[in-house]
Design a protein around this ligand. Structure first.
Ligand SMILES: NC(=O)c1ccc[n+]([C@@H]2O[C@H](COP(=O)([O-])OP(=O)(O)OC[C@H]3O[C@@H](n4cnc5c(N)ncnc54)[C@H](OP(=O)(O)O)[C@@H]3O)[C@@H](O)[C@H]2O)c1
Length: 313
């Protein structure tokens, strides 16, 4: 088995072996998504942990009690919080979704988690057609998919925050109508937002409360900028009479059945060209440390996908 553990770079964590290879699991080979180290550090992985959650490829073997008909099928799956940076990797069978013809393993890894977070994040915000949406931290895979789903869902406007003009241009091609800087300033900034989907959180988060229209909803789906100030809630409570609401969202709270249904629909939509998958670049698994350094320096638009055999389809 080839694998890459956290102790192979400066990432937090250390060395261990993949577990749970028996039972209702499949082993497979192909590719895995990569995310920033600060997000990984929040999990507090132990020494030697093998990273990697989003995996796609071809099922090689079926564990005890798993239908052998899965063997040879192209699928996307979720390992949990580790084991994906290995070839082969092991996945609980209930986390498998078949890939339609025309959707590559790289595309499936790019869309597999971000699509679910984007879909249910907008749902948690009770987003409806005709409303205005702001996506904060839109240049990552979650933000990019959220922008597309909001536009596809009939948003009256889709504003995004980003640190660069070029990223803003790319986000416009994906459905953004207004491009703002990270603080929310921009020449054509909307005066108010009905929904804010926040991938960033961090110290600036409370200032975005002020952008919400009456009855506006902010849903925090990520924290790439770190934790918000401890007294963040006070700013929103000061505007209590305008009926603002705030919540966090984690896909872990969504049932496997509902996640599978959304992924299946989104994979089909991607093959029809209705959702675009955006990959910064595929890199071989043995360059995982390079991939993480690129993520951590902020140069990545969308996502890097690791390919154990340097194959991308
Ligand atoms: N809710 C869930 O179920 C779920 C599931 C998976 C992951 N997550 C979380 O989602 C986050 C990762 O999402 P992702 O991969 O889409 O994001 P990402 O690619 O890591 O970052 C998204 C964008 O945020 C912007 N950004 C970075 N630092 C910022 C800062 N200090 N202030 C404002 N903007 C900043 C950057 O764009 P610009 O440079 O263009 O501004 C970056 O491209 C993590 O926090 C992870 O824990 C949540």
């Amino acid at each position: 088995m080839r694998s890459w553990t956290t102790s192979d770079s400066s990432l937090p964590g250390g060395r261990c072996s993949p577990s749970g290879w028996g039972g209702r699991r499949c082993r497979w080979r192909r590719c895995c998504g990569c995310c920033i180290s600060s997000a990984l550090a929040a999990y507090g992985f132990k020494e030697g942990h093998i990273l990697g959650g989003d995996v796609a490829g071809t099922v090689a073997t079926a564990g005890d009690g798993v239908d052998s008909a899965w063997i040879g099928r192209r699928v996307r799956g979720f390992t949990g919080t580790g084991g994906g940076y290995a070839e082969p990797a092991a996945i609980p069978v209930q986390e498998i979704v078949p890939l339609p013809a025309g959707l590559s393993a790289v595309d499936a890894v790019t869309l597999g988690s971000s699509g679910v977070v984007a879909h249910f994040g907008l749902s948690r915000a009770s987003f409806t057609s005709g409303e205005t949406v702001l996506v904060r931290g839109a240049a990552g895979s979650i933000g990019i998919t959220t922008v597309q789903l909001a536009a596809r869902g009939g948003a009256a406007a889709v504003a995004v925050t980003t640190s660069s003009t070029e990223r803003g241009r790319r986000l416009r091609t994906l459905g953004a109508t207004h491009v703002l800087d990270r603080s929310g300033d921009g020449e054509d900034a909307p005066t108010g937002d009905d929904v804010i989907i926040d991938v960033a959180a961090g110290p600036d988060m409370p200032s975005f409360f002020d952008r919400l229209n009456p009855n506006g909803r902010m849903v925090v789906v990520g924290a790439v900028a770190g934790r918000p100030p401890a007294d963040s809630g006070m700013r929103m409570m000061a505007e209590f009479h305008t009926s603002l609401s705030f919540s966090t969202f984690s896909a872990a709270g969504i049932t496997v059945t509902d996640r599978r249904a959304v992924r299946t629909e989104q994979f089909a939509a991607a093959t029809r060209g209705e959702i675009r998958t955006v990959v910064h670049e595929p890199l071989p698994l043995d360059r995982a440390a390079v991939a993480h350094r690129k993520m951590d320096t902020g140069e990545v638009f969308a996502r890097i996908v690791l390919t154990p055999q340097s194959r991308t389809s």
